[in-house]
Write a protein that binds this ligand. Structure first.
Ligand code: BES
Ligand code: ZN
Ligand code: ZN
Length: 504
């Protein structure tokens, strides 16, 4: 699907549908919607007057134009209450409107720039939000489905952003391009998460990272088993030893800054399938564990966007990847492994494998002298219990850095919630036989997992995002279809941009 920007009067737009809008509770349409209403002989105001359409978020009014407009149909999208209006609402409304029009078989759709009048947003930010909403909302994963003619396979070919003022063209084009880069990165992360684990092994994930590096001219290193042994990554090797597929450590680097070290290190959990290992999971829902590399996918996809947006900082992504499987050679409860920094870990539960592989990856990030760290990981079921699928858990050893990550997340509409890190929680991961153990009991499971990771980051400002609940959507919502969401790619891209601006 292609997104384009053109200067055109909406009444002259030729295509399958034209999208206009209405705020909740507005009884007399204004601006573009009023012009369309007038051309349609008052059909929209009539629907409003009869209480058929109130402009609520997520609702629509679809009308055929019967030759009164150049477009075949008009879709009035409800934008919700004006007080809650912003870029998130634009992204959502666009995603939902376009999915509806796709179901109706539309291929070419024009849209006005919502909210640039009474909504108070500037055209550039709206253009980016619409572009993102379109590409994100129309995302599908149908690679393994036979092509048929049914609704599932209808597609929108082109979305046109209709601009009134030619003077804004350059600015709007640029921000729409940014929106495309961001959305394509999010969709790459979604693809990797949705991909079944027999098609996305640790080796395949490394190949994907190499492809990103090649396309964006980043540097890419992939360490295999031999090198991991030499680096002393006993925790990553331990988790991987139950599988016939060897582990890899993927390192992608972008240089846009002046210094030598990475200004920002992004670490992502890359378990391409998590069966739990010897501490095996119940079979119900286990298929979702093909997405246990969502953190890794997110940081690789973020690097793809960074390679195009070129912020003036250095960014390095580190992804430890392997499978967590039971077998005769698998890690067993009670085993002790040694991480790269020499710390020993008692493996009480082989299903708490994410923190093991991240321990080595965080040690490696420190070896590279990353100035700040963010890790993203589908780490704990406990985080899903605490925050559900709405917010990711956020944990830190440095409040100032946390505030920056939170403001980036806030700005792009990916919700996070800061969780506590009191020293008292450390008690729960004390081991009788090693320096630390990999589980802290039933209480505060998301916190003790973060506490475990904190042992491996030292003094480096670090934020851990537990995305176990937010990486997969049970149903479609706004700019996210059912399945992989691509969280937290948008946050990480934004964070890199914010950091570059702050430094520059
Ligand atoms: N990958 C899981 C966490 C998870 C759960 C992700 C649900 C997505 C949805 C992780 O490796 C895991 O199994 N964690 C255990 C830890 C426990 C054994 C301390 C958990 O949360 O049950
Ligand atoms: Zn697990
Ligand atoms: Zn896991």
């Amino acid at each position: 699907m292609n997104v384009e920007v053109r200067v055109q009067d909406i009444l002259a737009y030729k295509g399958d549908a034209l999208i206009v809008n209405l705020f909740e509770g507005v009884t007399k349409p204004g601006g573009a919607t009023a012009a369309v209403d007038q051309a349609l002989g008052g059909l929209i105001s009539q629907a409003i007057a009869q209480g058929e359409f109130q402009g609520k978020a997520g609702t629509h009014l679809l009308l055929h134009t019967q030759g009164k407009l150049k477009a075949e149909r008009v879709l009035v999208a409800g934008l919700g209450k004006q007080a809650q209006f912003g870029r998130d609402a634009v992204r959502s409304a666009t995603g939902e409107a376009l999915r509806l029009l796709r179901r109706h078989g539309c291929r070419q759709v024009g849209t006005i720039l919502h909210g640039t009048g009474t909504g108070g947003l500037d055209v550039a930010e709206v253009a980016q939000a619409i572009t993102e909403g379109a590409l994100l909302g129309l995302y599908t994963f149908d690679r393994y489905k036979r092509k048929t003619d049914d609704d599932d396979h209808r597609a929108i070919d082109e979305v046109s952003l209709l601009l009134r003022d030619r003077a804004q063209m350059a600015e709007v084009r640029a921000s729409s391009t940014t929106g495309q880069i961001v959305a394509r990165a999010v969709n790459l992360a979604r693809d990797l998460v949705n991909e079944p684990s027999n098609y996305l092994t640790p080796q395949d994930l490394a190949a994907q990272a190499r492809a990103v590096a090649k396309a964006q001219r980043l540097s890419c290193q992939v360490f295999g088993k031999r090198e991991l042994q030499r680096l002393g990554m006993g925790a990553l090797l331990g988790v991987a030893q139950g599988s016939s597929r060897p582990p890899v450590l993927i390192v992608l680097s972008y240089r846009g800054g002046r210094g030598k070290q990475p200004d920002l290190g992004l670490v992502g959990k890359g378990i391409t399938f998590d069966s739990g290992g010897i501490s095996i999971k119940p079979s119900e829902g286990m298929e979702q564990m093909k997405g246990d590399m969502a953190g890794g996918a997110a940081v690789i996809a973020t690097m793809a966007a960074i390679g195009q947006l070129k912020p003036a900082i250095n960014v390095t992504a580190i992804v430890p990847a392997c499978e967590n499987l039971p077998s005769g050679s698998a890690l067993k409860p009670g085993d002790v492994v040694r991480a790269m920094d020499g710390k020993t870990i008692e493996v009480v539960n082989t299903d708490a494998e994410g923190r093991l592989i991240l321990a080595d990856a965080l040690c490696y990030a420190r070896r590279l002298d990353c100035q700040r760290l963010v890790d993203a990981a589908t780490l704990t079921g406990a985080c899903v219990v605490a925050l559900g699928s709405i917010r990711s858990g956020a944990f830190t050893n440095n409040q100032g850095w946390m505030d920056q990550v939170r403001s980036a997340a806030e700005a792009v509409g990916e919700k996070v919630w800061q969780m506590p890190m009191d020293g008292e929680y450390d008690e729960q991961i004390k081991s009788d036989v090693a320096d630390v153990k990999n589980v802290g009991g039933r209480k505060a499971g998301a916190v003790t997992a973060a506490k475990f990771l904190a042992r491996f980051v030292g003094e480096t400002p670090w934020v851990h995002l537990d995305i176990a609940g937010t990486t997969q959507a049970e149903k479609e919502r706004g700019d996210s279809p059912k399945g992989a969401t691509g969280v937290p790619v948008r946050t990480l891209i934004r964070l890199a941009g914010d950091l570059a601006q702050k430094k520059g």
